[in-house]
Write a protein that binds this ligand. Structure first.
Ligand SMILES: O=c1ccn([C@@H]2O[C@H](COP(=O)(O)OP(=O)(O)O[C@H]3O[C@H](CO)[C@@H](O)[C@H](O)[C@H]3O)[C@@H](O)[C@H]2O)c(=O)[nH]1
Length: 325
């Protein structure tokens, strides 16, 4: 297939692009490079610098695309609380631009990068796709709004759409001699920041909130290796069904508190972490743990790298690989 990947220079979009090329697809990646750089685009992928709001300049009626994988967007739930308008503009407005361009171009397949953030504070874990959606941040609201848009296009046009709700993605992907990993600017995620502190690149690591209703007072998340997550996209692409909007959670079904994650970081790196405690970050739910039974049953997805220690170890190797600057 000829596939358009939006956000193709980013952490997850670039790794999925590489896998698509290696599976024999032709891939065009667009990205505005606002939080990434073009060196993240893998070999074999055609890259066009383009803001998602301008996607119709690439996704034209004669462009010949068969499918879209949509990763482009801002990703920091905490920042979205401070800048809701920006997040609505880029994440929801950008997705609308994409759907309008798809309609005009007659492209009828889309896999969308959604998030566990749509659930907010769940009433029970692990979270099923049928759980109540009650986002606690504009970021989560943006992702949920796109699901409504997709459902509308599916109902109106009979296109095929799947939303993948990611839990917390970690680790790196080795493609030949290249290691592809997480390098957001600025970095806001727990594990890369803790690893940078362990490496002495940051003076300390700050825990945001120690008074959550969890056993040790810190938030609990379900971590998933980026390679497992990326493979799910190829399965979702094959599984797309005209007239259906499908939704799948992607996680491992095990929750780790921040303190438990930091203990793993210390074990993997062999370095003591300078930790300080700060107030809660706005918009963070206390606990997010997935049930991914639906993805396993319907997509045939089997996570192969479910150990948190292996995920942290891969992220640590990437940090030290020189691929990260
Ligand atoms: O320096 C830090 C960074 C983070 N945290 C906390 O660690 C937890 C996890 O934070 P983070 O790694 O930023 O991930 P999430 O906010 O859970 O969000 C990620 O995971 C979501 C799915 O759950 C994705 O949709 C988002 O894009 C992605 O940012 C949160 O409680 C943060 O407050 C800290 O305590 N200190």
């Amino acid at each position: 297939m000829k596939i358009l990947v939006t956000g193709g220079a980013g952490y997850i979009g670039s790794i999925v692009s590489a896998m698509l090329v290696d599976a024999g697809h032709s891939v065009v990646a667009i990205d505005d490079l606002s939080t990434s750089d073009a060196s993240g685009v893998p070999a074999g992928v055609e890259f066009i610098r383009c803001d998602i709001s301008q996607v119709a300049t690439v996704l034209t009626p004669d462009s010949g695309f068969d499918a879209v994988l949509h990763f482009a967007g801002l990703i920091a739930a905490g920042e979205s609380v401070q800048k809701p308008g920006l997040y609505w503009h880029v994440n929801t407005g950008g997705s609308l631009s994409l759907l309008v361009a798809m309609r005009a171009a007659g492209v009828r397949k889309i896999v969308f990068s959604s998030s566990a953030a749509v659930y907010g504070n769940p009433t029970q874990v692990p979270i099923l796709e049928s759980a109540t959606v009650a986002p606690t941040s504009p970021y989560g609201e943006n992702k949920l709004a796109v699901d409504f848009m997709l459902a509308g296009e599916v109902a109106a046009l009979g296109i095929a759409a799947t939303s993948l709700r990611y839990f917390n993605v970690v680790g790196a992907y080795r493609r030949g001699t290249t290691v592809m990993g997480e390098r957001h600017t600025p970095e806001t995620h727990l594990i890369p920041l803790a690893l940078e502190a362990a490496a002495g690149r940051r003076p300390e690591f700050a825990i945001f909130g120690t008074d959550y209703p969890t056993p040790d007072g810190t938030t609990i998340r379900d971590y998933i290796h980026v390679e497992d997550l990326a493979r799910a996209h190829l399965l979702a692409l094959d599984n797309l069904t005209p007239g259906e909007h499908k939704v799948f959670n992607l996680g491992n079904g095990t929750g780790f508190s921040i303190r438990e994650v930091l203990a793993v970081v210390e074990k993997v790196t062999g370095k003591p972490l300078p930790v300080i405690e700060k107030d809660r970050r706005a918009g963070d739910p206390a606990e997010l743990v997935a049930s991914s039974d639906a993805a396993k049953a319907e997509l045939g997805w089997t996570p192969a790298k479910a150990s948190l220690q292996d995920m942290v170890s891969d992220a640590w190797d990437f940090l030290n690989s020189g691929s990260q600057s």
